[in-house]
Design a binder for this molecule. Sequence first.
Ligand code: ZN
Ligand code: ZN
Length: 332
Amino acid sequence: MNVCLRCGAEPPLASQICHDCVRQTIELASLPVNLRMVACKSCSSLKVPGTWTEFKDLDSAVSSFAESSVDWNIDTKKQVIQLSLNQLDPHRFRTEVNCTGVFQEVALSSLLKSEINVKFQVCQSCSRLAGGYYESILQIRTKRKEILDLAVDLVYNEIDSGPSELFTPEAGTVKGGFDFQLSSTEKGRSLAKELMIKFGGQVTETSKLIGRKDGRDLLRHTFGVRLPEVKTGDHLFLDEEVWCVTRIDRRKANLKRLIPSLAQKTVEIDFLRNVPLLDNLSEVQPVSHRGREYLLLDPFTLQTVEAISPEDWKGDKISALRYGNDTYFIWD
Ligand SMILES: [Zn+2]
Ligand SMILES: [Zn+2]
């Protein structure tokens, strides 16, 4: 019969030694009692070989560093860490790390303690941000304030949700639009493209030599995005007719004619410069009707008007648009 090679105890055995002896001899994990790490004093990023890793605060950075410093016995499975942190002063943390795991069938645990010294530096992103560093300029131009606001919001959202290497040291309103300085050329290019896909229009790219580094030319790129003055869903007054913009694709706009009766066409967006835009649709309440003869309440003048529904109209929704002194009814 097999017995423990170490103490002669009877089974159950794991690798020919009894469970008690496993607990006494197998080291589940270890951790140096003193650890050193480097964090960014501005954004709490943790310096790791070759780069910086972002964390939401210093505690998270220290916890992650302590966790990654635990040296596990590679023959153990189901490794679980519970970690508590205690800040002693701005530079020092004490941590207790409770490790559990399984060797063969034997559950093991060990409580490790360490003191972590934090050295502060400034990460690359923060030092570039502080130095006003930027690689590219994104220029957004449109005559329509509403579209400009939507585009600027989109860019800020991308920056806020992007990695910390993406930032804008300076951004603001300029004549005819809004300019962003961006920390990345690649992102400048992709943001310009995204704006064009969303709003239509066109992008131009130019670059300027700003110096040389490591024998290579350093270029600063400018992405000029010219957005149209109309967007999908707008209502327009064109050739005495009422049109709705159904789609914008780069420099083309698809239009649907609402009054008189439905029709469609595609035009160059440049053709829609200075075209009168109509207010948002208002719902219309029919007061009464007999056959195709309707009495409608004009939502703009609050007066009743007589109207004839289109011959094949079966819908139940009537809306109104206002242009100048006229109200236009749309029979959906
Ligand atoms: Zn034993
Ligand atoms: Zn930083």
